[in-house]
Design a protein around this ligand. Structure first.
Ligand code: TPP
Length: 822
């Protein structure tokens, strides 16, 4: 053979070997040994039907206890990073620590089981490797310089994680099983496996990471965006290095991750500038069952994690019964997050030793699998056997420790708080409303003009759009008191004046930078270069910032994110805007479970603002109503504020009031559409430089009207316009600007002022089964002191509005006629 031939042959055999490795890198995970019970069959892969020493070497790397999915990542550098980590020798694990953690995890569950038989605890057994996995991830995070990890997880293994990862005393958890303090939570509070917990993780080398396990509702995965939003806020507090210092670790159930859309929405935000956190570490605690549902009924693809492949990120499947592999994967995942700043997934495949909860019998639905499970030794026993360790002394010691903790718990009289609020909450409070919370919201005229002038300036050479230029010219006139102020300008002045006072402002929503109705223009766009300029940002003083972002087309995840952000930035004005209020029900879980109820369940406050465009303008059933009735139904014990400002000045004062009061309560604002530019809804500069938000706008007349119309929002302006055509006995019109907390005193005073009134008429655009009607009528009847209370509305309807513009106009006309008693 010639030298050339030899070279060519060796090159082609090198190519062939490389092709073998490539096949295993690409497809090996489909034949990896991932399932401790062997229920996941290897997928037939002709590409892997190869033999020889090289194939065996590649098979050992890619088809053992770790199945790495990474060849779908387009960036070669990232693929090579994973490949090198997979193909290099694993570091020697700390087997004594792993065994200790596995034993602790299982014995903790067993003690709960024997002591509190029949109580739900959602055991981790069968997935106990989660505890060493978290240990490995957090130890690696400590080495990378993390000082805080934000943890999200649902019910499964949560109590175990609280003790063994978050570092809460076992006695504190047992105390909750003893239910030592039921009176403190009558009618409120939450079950123990939803509570948040703050603590410290201690790595083997003595390093520490602060941990916060975030409170969450039963609604699986709803907490995901909340944790990401909280992480972003905590990162921003820490400045430039924030993304290194705070890392989110999210745990998911396999059925929930495959099934819940909010997972997709949350992942989709990972690389979007306004929402990015430099990557999150995800663990699917994959027991191959969801309650009684097998994976084949829980999704359409092979792995629960397949959704994650929509992003160019790695997914590491790992057999939970190979704890050495588990801790190796944990470190790899964490390091990847720090190297590339993207999410990364660990799919921890194990089983569920008991039923869904411990009162549930799984042998009814999965008899064969559960026979296997019953015959299967606990993880720690298998690990002790394979590593040749003697587990008994550890088991004995852990039992003794937990027995002592349980005795201690019986002595506890009051459940100790599991979490601490950060110091920045010190200046704020919740609870019932008190008039002492009120603050000055007016801004001196010269200061407001300064803000206004700054808002219309842009850099030299900036090519402004002709329409925007005109708008800015108009805004300059508004700022100088030469033109009435509209809603868009009122909002900009509220934001600008707050920023100047050092209050951070963050607003996101679909198309919010420009504004759905072309009303905001928070970012000016150069028509030559598309470069963006945000005049508001230049106004921020001290540590304030102005973030106004367009969001992905999601309601649940984006609102969840902003709610989370507001939880860790109480001093900021944090707003989420729906494109139309109608779409906010896509975020109903976040509204019901977090925004309305978090103070009641967890004593956790938020000052989040929801901007919900609302109003009947003939745009059809899904562009009319933000569902005032739903928010009013959620209102109790001053948990939220529900307002509909009818003028630009009212909107200005409302936003400033929300930011400047120390009372932190979610604020739902029904915002205008056509009213944005309606002269009747615009205000004078002097309305912003004096006064404050009026919960009720009284009628301007002398109180002699015989008929008094009460309303909220746009219809009030239509009533006022109609009244101009009624010279004789015109009715009075009262605007209810805050519907909750109900402004009883103000409204009573105004109704009493109308001593001649024979009837009070609530007028609303919404059908009778919607709007404020059902909430407001009993209140008005109380305040009317025996005088008649009537109501005018569209007839009850299954959908919010008609699809016909003409029908809408006829209905609106009828409403006005009825309101005027015709
Ligand atoms: C959004 C939502 N739908 C339904 C339920 C009821 N539910 C509670 S746990 C559960 C099964 C969860 O399975 P999985 O995600 O695999 O977690 P596992 O319990 O197996 O750890 C279901 C359906 C719920 N809590 N939340």
């Amino acid at each position: 053979m010639s030298r050339e031939q030899a070279i060519a042959e060796s090159a082609s055999s090198k190519d062939a070997l490389e092709r073998i490795w490539e096949s295993f890198r690409r497809w090996g995970y489909l034949q990896a040994n991932l399932d401790p019970l062997g229920d996941i069959e290897p997928a037939p892969m002709p590409e892997l039907d190869v033999s020889g020493p090289e194939a065996e070497a590649a098979r050992r790397v890619y088809c053992s206890s770790i199945g790495a999915e990474f060849m779908h990542i387009p960036d070669r550098e990232r693929r090579i990073w994973v490949q090198e980590r997979m193909e290099s020798e694993a570091a020697e694990p700390d087997r004594a620590r792993i065994l200790d953690l596995l034993i602790r995890a299982d014995i903790f569950e067993q003690v709960l089981q024997t002591r509190y038989l029949g109580t739900k605890r959602y055991s981790l057994e069968g997935e106990s490797a989660l505890i060493p996995l978290l240990d490995s991830i957090l130890s690696a995070a400590a080495e990378q310089g993390a000082e805080k990890a934000m943890l999200a997880m649902s019910h499964r293994g949560r109590l175990n994680v609280m003790v063994h990862t978050v570092g809460r005393a076992a006695a504190d958890v047992f105390a909750r099983f003893e239910d030592v303090d039921p009176r403190s939570t009558l009618g409120s509070g939450d079950v123990k496996y939803h509570l948040g917990a703050t603590g410290t993780f201690h790595a083997a080398n003595g390093q520490e990471v602060g941990i916060h396990l975030v409170s969450n509702p039963s609604h699986l995965e709803a907490v995901d965006p909340v944790v990401i939003g909280r992480t972003r806020a905590k990162q921003m507090r820490r400045g430039e290095n924030g993304r290194r210092l705070v890392v989110p670790i999210m745990m998911h159930g396999d059925a929930a991750f495959a099934g819940q859309g909010i997972c997709a929405e949350t992942l989709n935000m990972a690389g979007v500038e306004g929402f990015a956190v430099g990557g999150s570490v995800h663990i699917i605690v994959n027991n191959l069952i969801g309650f009684t549902t097998a994976p084949k009924d829980g999704g359409s693809s092979r792995y629960s994690s397949d959704l994650a492949k929509r992003l160019p990120i790695p997914i590491f499947h790992v057999n939970a019964e190979d704890p050495d592999a588990v801790v190796r994967v944990g470190r790899m995942a964490l390091d990847y997050r720090y190297e590339f700043g993207t999410p990364v997934f660990v799919d921890l495949i194990g089983y569920r030793r008991h039923g869904h909860s411990e009162v549930d019998d799984p042998t009814i639905t999965q008899p064969v699998r559960y026979r296997k499970i019953e015959a299967h030794s606990p993880m720690w026993q298998i690990y002790a056997e394979t590593t040749g360790a003697d587990p008994e002394p550890i088991v004995q010691r852990v039992r003794e420790e937990l027995d002592a903790a349980q005795k201690e718990a019986q002595e506890i009289e009051k459940s100790p708080p599991m979490r601490r609020l950060p110091r920045y909450w010190g200046a704020f409070q919740g609870g019932r409303y008190d008039a002492s919370f009120e603050v000055e919201t007016a801004v001196a005229a010269d200061s407001l003009t300064n803000v206004g002038e700054a808002l219309v300036r842009y850099p030299d050479g900036f090519h402004i759009h002709a329409k925007v230029k005109k708008l800015l010219e108009q805004r300059l006139e508004m700022a100088r008191g030469k033109r009435a102020i509209d809603f868009g300008m009122a909002e900009a002045l509220a934001f600008g004046s707050l920023l100047k006072q050092g209050v951070p402002v963050r607003l996101t929503g679909q198309d919010s930078r420009r504004g759905t109705f072309n009303q905001r223009h928070s970012a000016l766009i150069d028509i030559e270069t598309e470069e963006e300029y945000v005049p508001l940002a230049g106004l921020a003083q001290d540590s304030a910032f102005c973030e106004i972002y367009n969001s992905p087309l999601s309601e649940a995840a984006v609102l969840g994110f902003e709610y989370g952000f507001s939880r860790d930035y109480p001093e900021a004005l944090v707003l989420w805007e729906a494109q139309f209020g109608d779409f906010a029900n896509g975020a109903q879980i976040i509204i019901d479970q977090f925004i309305a109820a978090s103070e009641d369940k967890w004593n956790l406050l938020s000052g989040i603002v929801l901007l919900l465009p609302h109003g009947y303008e003939g745009q059809g059933p899904e562009h009319s109503s933000a569902r005032i009735e739903r928010f009013l139904q959620l209102a109790a014990r001053d948990n939220i504020q529900i307002c509909q400002p009818s003028t630009a000045a009212q909107y200005f004062h409302l936003l400033r009031r929300q930011a400047l009061r120390k009372w932190r309560k979610p604020l739902v604002v029904f915002t205008p559409k056509s009213m944005l530019r309606n002269p009747a809804a615009s205000s004078r500069l002097t309305d912003l430089t004096s006064g404050r938000f009026q919960n009720v706008i009284p009628d301007l007349g002398d109180g002699s009207a015989g008929r008094v119309l009460l309303c909220t929002g746009k219809i009030g302006h239509e009533l006022a316009a109609e009244r101009k055509r009624h010279q004789e006995n015109p009715p009075a019109i009262i605007f209810v600007e805050q519907m909750y907390p109900f402004p009883e005193a103000e409204l009573a005073a105004e109704m009493d002022r109308h001593a001649n009134a024979r009837e009070f008429v609530w007028v609303q655009e919404e059908p009778g089964n919607m709007g404020a009607h059902e909430f407001v009528i009993p209140e008005l009847e109380r305040l009317a002191r025996g005088r008649a209370v009537l109501s005018v509305n569209r007839s009850a309807s299954a959908s919010a509005a008609t699809g016909s513009h003409k029908a809408h106009e006829m209905e609106q006309k009828t409403l006005l006629a009825l309101a005027f008693g015709k």
